[in-house]
Design a protein around this ligand. Structure first.
Ligand SMILES: *[C@@H]1O[C@H](CO)[C@@H](O)[C@H](O)[C@H]1NC(C)=O
Ligand SMILES: *[C@@H]1O[C@H](CO)[C@@H](O)[C@H](O)[C@H]1NC(C)=O
Ligand SMILES: *[C@@H]1O[C@H](CO)[C@@H](O)[C@H](O)[C@H]1NC(C)=O
Ligand SMILES: *[C@@H]1O[C@H](CO)[C@@H](O)[C@H](O)[C@H]1NC(C)=O
Ligand SMILES: *[C@@H]1O[C@H](CO)[C@@H](O)[C@H](O)[C@H]1NC(C)=O
Length: 417
């Protein structure tokens, strides 16, 4: 089979799969968590068609994976390899709709054209130089490609065929997150069990048939790309959102540089956040995924926070971090762990969580992926720093504290601003 045919077959496969999973990402979980368990035993409960570990038996290790700082062995024909952090490696990711990957590419190494039928993907380059791109669906088949360097962030829309190629002279490392617990992958390999004769007869000779098939799988172009826009002049309305006219969309709508720069930690908490949400990358609109870089000074803390929508997956880049979340009433279990460089930890949607740099001398850095394009965020400041202030009497009753103690807390939060 010739190269062109191979690509064509592969594209058809992607389009076919894409059209059968139109929703893209995973549905939201309907309970606190459902830690996947292999078989039904007396400790398992059956929720939403899945066996879940009895919540009482769930531990921090169900949300944890180590070794993301270690390169994988890329001595293979593609000169690339991928380390997975999906529900298969982190059972706590079940129903959370997020996963994380590390890819290593030697010089001239490639992660060949592939698509993820169920997930948008966001990548951040840690080391080396990469040429990355994706192709929009028919009829335009526009190539959106870009040369990336360390600290650059790029997003691949769900289901669209994309590639990563190391065009530099040194090894490249990227981290990626997808808004599915297991985004699956579609490559030309989906046809590997089909006899070549059948494939060549089906696709090679009858070019017209192929064109018919592609035409038959009508995918509205606009669904590919809904790049958010503020100026109404060039906008179209898709799924209730204003989008940039697809013909005006460029690669830079999917790109954000500078994620290698530390955030400012000169504040009362000793932590600083650098977001890559829809506000920074308009092409993220409709893609349901974001990244945040959090820098910690020694003993710095991300105070108790809460994400209204969106599960998170955290990857420690540097240092040692204590990370914990509290489950809902009435159990209110603290599920926490001390994490080191290369460790991964999942934070289920909607639980208050805290991140603390336990080291007294060294900085720490974490990258957090969130399966929401503009995840809103509350911290304790929402309670004590609100404008106007919540009545001292209500706060005192809510926290079962003295009104004097509340007044001290309020003063403290106002001072920190
Ligand atoms: C699960 O927790 C129960 C008590 O809540 C305990 O008796 C049981 O041994 C635990 N099972 C496992 C596999 O840890
Ligand atoms: C990827 O790397 C892992 C760990 O280094 C290795 O076990 C595996 O064989 C590699 N896979 C490929 C396809 O090279
Ligand atoms: C990497 O994989 C190649 C091919 O499988 C093997 O020959 C080599 O020993 C491996 N290297 C390491 C460091 O494991
Ligand atoms: C960091 O933030 C502090 C407090 O807001 C400010 O004074 C300082 O100039 C900032 N530093 C940088 C490098 O932006
Ligand atoms: C902080 O990190 C340094 C370097 O890794 C280590 O030597 C030191 O023991 C750590 N200190 C604490 C309190 O964890």
């Amino acid at each position: 089979m010739g190269l062109i045919d191979c690509l064509l077959v592969f594209l058809i496969a992607c389009l076919a799969l894409k059209s059968s999973f139109v929703l893209g990402s995973d549905p939201s979980p309907l309970q606190d968590f459902c830690v996947a368990i292999d078989e039904s035993n007396h400790e398992a409960v059956y929720v939403n068609g899945k066996f879940c570990k009895n919540p009482k038996n769930v531990t921090a290790d169900d949300f944890y994976l180590s070794g993301f700082d270690v390169p994988s062995n890329a001595s293979n024909p593609f000169r690339s390899n991928t380390t997975l952090g999906t529900v298969d490696q982190i059972p706590g990711l079940n129903t959370l709709g997020i996963s994380v990957f590390r890819a290593d590419l030697k010089p001239k190494g490639i992660i060949p054209l592939h698509g993820h039928p169920r997930g948008s993907e966001i990548v951040i380059v840690m080391e080396g130089c990469l040429y990355v791109g994706f192709v929009t669906s028919d009829p335009n088949n526009q190539l959106m490609a870009k040369h990336l360097k360390p600290g650059d962030v790029f997003v691949f829309p769900p289901g669209l065929v994309h590639f990563l190629y190391n065009d530099g002279d040194t090894d490249a490392v990227v981290y990626a997150a997808a808004n599915s617990q297991n985004p699956d992958i579609t490559t030309a390999r989906v046809f590997r069990n089909v006899p070549v004769e059948v494939l060549s007869k089906s696709f090679n000779a009858e070019r017209k048939v192929i064109e018919e098939i592609i035409k038959g799988i009508s995918i509205p172009l606009i669904r590919d790309l809904c790049v958010a826009i503020n100026d109404l002049k060039d906008a179209v309305l898709v799924n209730g959102k204003l989008c940039k006219d697809p013909s005006l969309v460029t690669t830079n709508d999917f790109f954000l540089p500078g994620f290698d720069k530390p955030g400012n930690t000169s504040n009362a908490f000793g932590s600083g956040m650098t977001p890559a949400t829809i506000d920074q990358i308009p092409g993220r609109n409709g893609q349901g995924i974001s990244l945040v870089r959090i820098d910690f000074a020694p003993k710095g803390v991300l105070p108790m926070s809460y994400r209204g929508e969106g599960s998170q997956i955290l990857l420690v880049m540097e240092g040692t971090l204590y990370v914990g979340f509290v489950t809902s009433d009435p159990a209110n279990r603290l599920i926490s762990k001390v994490l080191h460089k290369g460790d991964v930890y999942a934070l289920p949607q909607g639980f208050p969580y805290v991140i603390y740099n336990v080291n007294h001398t060294c900085n720490a850095v974490a990258i957090v992926a969130i399966n929401n394009q503009s995840p809103y965020f509350f911290s304790i400041k929402a309670i004590f720093g609100s404008e106007p202030t919540i009545a001292v009497e209500f706060l005192a009753k809510s926290f079962k504290l003295d009104e004097k103690e509340i007044e001290v807390a309020l003063k403290q939060w106002k001072m920190d601003e």
